[in-house]
Design a protein around this ligand. Structure first.
Ligand SMILES: Cc1cc2nc3c(=O)[nH]c(=O)nc-3n(C[C@H](O)[C@H](O)[C@H](O)COP(=O)(O)OP(=O)(O)OC[C@H]3O[C@@H](n4cnc5c(N)ncnc54)[C@H](O)[C@@H]3O)c2cc1C
Length: 433
């Protein structure tokens, strides 16, 4: 993964698919890249997805080779579990302050054997599975994590010492502290990506309260063969759902949430999940929508396939979701094309098609402006779609606005090329030390 130095050509912020691609494109051109990821593993959202639309390829089968390539590249150093404290313009480059969070495990010594997690007596809801599964207080983030190194969650650890006793390399260190790192770079690529609208944002949908109203990323994990259940079950009682509903635009195109834009991927991921679940067998699936936006290559055909597969695509606005005494969600809909008829429909499980919102708002940590939606501002988006408001800072992936994986990869290539041109023009160089 490379030893940390104090000068790099480019700092890449975020180890999702866009950040990895930008790092690889720059690394291949001979630039020295430092890839900083705030989580314990790189991979971003993509590594946790089940399959990808419209081809239905296995997501982690595409993502994990990219993760390994990034980790083994001679010109790329990964600095995981690390926060950006400050990036400032200095001379022709940028000075960078980082905060490496303590894993309480010596990264270089851990061999990823998992003996510590087998021995740990504490079960904690697993964030990777959106709290539907469990992990231990000391754990490797997930089976495909890079680095394959344990991290200790001090909030839940009882410091019983069982992990320390069993560790074959003596790499667990309860006294480890956060480390401040100072370095210099010539240019910056921001690929800090996205998260979904909070589940409780739309109170009338009860996303944060109703047991069988789920978020779409959790559904990706439920559909995954290595997910929390290994089958499609509903969270409240483990029942196999026979009737599933998707509520579109549950967190975008909604001025009341301050999110007036379309998130571009929700129609497609709902269709994808519906097609995959339908293939399991006897299940009724309904997608409530204002309109289906299937605008990309092969997307319209994918939409038609969903209809041919028997998925009900219903043009209706969802006013409210409640639940009955068996925790079955009751969806109150207002038909859009049918004189505004109002109906209440009972389902076993509802998935809210949440929108994409920016994951990181720098708040003075980075000198690049945001636009009114909170994504990074691209002043000349038609001609230079990855150039930020600050010379030498380039934006890739969902950090610049909602998009799917292929578009995030294309943008990453563009940002890497813009950064290379910037460095070659002599405008950007790491500050002399
Ligand atoms: C439910 C769902 C299903 C989807 N299905 C598909 C699909 O089938 N096909 C498809 O093409 N697209 C799909 N998408 C969209 C896809 O997830 C995105 O296009 C893709 O993840 C964008 O990659 P990214 O690298 O820009 O961002 P992300 O995947 O969000 O990665 C950003 C990375 O940056 C890190 N980071 C953030 N802030 C910082 C910081 N300050 N410092 C350091 N690191 C930071 C994050 O931890 C993360 O690892 C889906 C999205 C959702 C929500």
């Amino acid at each position: 993964m490379g030893e940390l130095k104090n000068r790099y050509d480019v700092l890449v912020i975020g180890g999702g698919i866009a950040g990895m691609q930008a790092s690889l494109d720059l690394g291949e051109q001979g630039y020295k890249v430092l890839l900083v990821e705030k989580d314990p593993s790189i991979g971003g959202i993509m590594v946790g997805l089940n399959k990808v639309f419209p081809t239905l390829d296995c997501s982690s089968c595409i993502c994990t080779p990219r993760m390994a390539e990034t980790a083994h590249h001679r010109n790329i150093t990964i600095q995981s579990y690390t926060e950006i404290e400050k990036v400032e313009k200095k001379g022709r480059g940028f000075s960078v302050k980082l905060l490496e969070k303590p894993r309480y495990v010596v990264l270089e010594d851990c061999i990823g054997c998992s003996l510590c997690e087998y021995e740990c007596p504490v079960d904690v809801p697993h964030e990777y599975d959106y709290d539907l599964g469990a992990r231990r207080a000391i754990y490797i983030p997930h089976a495909n994590a890079i680095p394959q190194v344990a991290v200790l969650d001090v909030e839940h650890c009882t410091f019983c010492g069982k992990c320390v006793k069993v560790c074959p390399t003596d790499c667990i260190d309860y006294t480890q502290e956060a480390r401040h790192l100072d370095l210099e770079v010539g240019a910056v690529v921001v690929a800090s990506g996205t998260t979904i609208t909070p589940m409780g944002a739309k109170k009338e949908y009860g996303g944060d309260k109703l047991a069988n109203v789920m978020n779409p990323l959790a559904m990706e994990r439920v559909q995954s063969s290595n997910g929390p259940y290994g089958h499609i079950l509903r969270p409240s009682d483990g029942k196999v759902p026979k009737s599933i509903a998707y509520v579109q635009c549950a967190g975008s195109r909604d001025k009341t949430l301050g999110i007036s834009y379309c998130s571009r991927v929700c129609c497609m991921y709902a269709l994808k999940q519906a097609i995959l679940t339908k293939a399991y067998g006897d299940v009724d699936i309904t997608i409530y929508h204002m309109d289906i936006r299937a605008f990309g290559k092969g997307f319209e055909q994918f939409y038609r396939r969903a209809m041919n597969d028997g998925i009900n695509i219903v043009k209706a606005k969802v006013a409210k979701i409640t639940e009955d005494e068996e925790k079955n969600p009751i969806v109150r809909i207002e038909m859009i094309d049918d004189d505004g008829r109002v109906e209440e429909v009972k389902h076993d499980l509802v998935i809210l098609s949440q929108g994409l919102v920016p994951k990181w708002h720098p708040d003075g940590q980075l000198p690049a402006e945001e636009d009114t939606d909170g994504f990074f501002r691209i002043p000349d988006s038609k001609i230079h779609p990855t150039v930020s408001t600050t010379d030498g800072i380039f934006i890739a992936g969902v950090a610049a606005g909602p998009k799917d994986i292929p578009d995030a990869i294309i943008e990453a290539g563009s940002a890497a090329m813009e950064a290379a041109i910037y460095l070659e023009s002599g405008k950007g160089a790491p500050v002399a030390v």
